[in-house]
Design a protein around this ligand. Sequence first.
Ligand SMILES: N[C@@H](CCC(=O)N[C@@H](CS)C(=O)NCC(=O)O)C(=O)O
Length: 396
Amino acid sequence: MPTYKLTYFPVRALGEPIRFLLSYAEIPFEDDRFDREDWPKIKPTTPYGQVPVLEVDGKKVAQSSAISRYLAKQCGLAGKDDWEALLIDATVDTIHDVRAKLAAFHYEEDETYKATKRKVADEVVPFYLERLDAQVKDNGGYFVGGALSWADLTFVAILDYLNFMNGSDLIEKYENLKQLKEKVLNVPAIKTWKMPTYKLTYFNITGLAEPIRYILHQSGIKFEDRRLTFEEWPQYKNDMPLGQVPVLEIDGKPHPQSRAVCRLLARQNNLAGSSNEESYTIDAVVDTIDDLRQAISQYHWEKEPAAKEKLKANVDTKLPFILQKLNARVQKEGGYFVNGKLSWADLFYTAVSEMFSGLLETDVNKDYPELKKLVEKVRSLPNIKAYLESRPKTAF
Ligand SMILES: N[C@@H](CCC(=O)N[C@@H](CS)C(=O)NCC(=O)O)C(=O)O
C-alpha cells in the first residue's frame, strides 16, 4: 500500500472531501494540518502555491477535485460508466460554484462590495440548492444513479465550510439534502473517522464518574479513562474548570459537572428520551437518585460522631422511601425507569447503587426486586458487561 500524506491548513474546508474519501476507502494517511504562520514557508514547496496537497509515496499533487476524483475511482465512488462520471463531475462543479458565490462576499473586505456580493449570493445560492435538493430526490436519495458517489461525500464534507461562510445552515429548508447529509455521516468508515476524542479525568473510584463511564461504554465510544491518585490531585486541580472532577474532554475541550456531561452524552446517543416530557421524567428520576446519593455520601464522609449519627438517621429515612418509589416506578414502566426502554436514568442508577452498596456495606437493592432485576439487566448489556469485567477493582 502506498503512503499518503495530506497537507492543509488546520481547518476542514477544501481538505475535508479528501479526508472523507481517504477515510471511506480505509486508506491510512498522515493528516498534516500545519499552523497558519508556517504557510509562507510551505507555499513554495507546493506544485501551484496552494493546498490541499496530497503526497502519494512522496509524489506531490494539488487540486482538491482532481485528487478526490482519483481517490473516488479507486474505491468505486466515481460512477458506473462515463455518463455517470460526467454527472458526478457536473454536480461537484456546481457545489464549487456555490462555494465561490459564498466566498466572494465572505472574504470581501470592502463593506460596499461585500453587501452587493452578499445580495448576489442570497439570490443565486437558493437557486442552486433547490436544484441540488430536487436532484437528490429524483435519484433515489443520492446525487447520481441512486448510489453513493464522491459528489455526495464532497457536498457533506464541504457543507460545514459553506455554512460557516453563509452564517447559518444552508440546507435547513431542504429535506432531501438533509437526509443525504445524515446518510453520508452514518457511513461506518466516515462515522468512525469523524468520532471525536474523549478523555475522562477522575479518581480511581466509581463515584461521580461511573455513570459517565457507563454511558460512554454503552454507546460504544472509546475514551481515555484517566484515573488520578489522591496524591496527584493537587497538581491537576487548578487545570480543571471548576477545580473538581470528573471532567470529560471532548476533542480537547473540558466539560465539568457530571450530570450535565451524562445528559450531553445521553442526548447524543439516544438515551435521553424521545420527547421533552420523557427527557424531563428521566431528569426527575436522576435528580431523585442524586438526592439519595448526596445523603449517603454526606453520611459516609462525616467524621464528627454526633453529626454522623444525624446523617445516618437521614439515610435510614430517605433510603427506603426513595428506593420503594423507584421500585414501584420500574414495575409500572415495564422494567425500566421511563417508558419501557433503556435511558441514562437506568445506567445512572446501576452505577450509583453499586456505590451506595459499597459505602453502606450492604446490597441496597436486596429488598427491591424490580430494582434488582433492572440492575442485573443493565449489568448484562454486552458493552457494560465487558467493561465491568475489565475495569480496575476499587473500594467503591
Ligand atoms: N457537581 C459536581 C461535583 C464534583 C465533585 O464534588 N467532585 C469531587 C470528587 S467526587 C472533587 O473533585 N473533589 C476534589 C476537590 O474538590 O478538590 C459534579 O457532579 O461533577
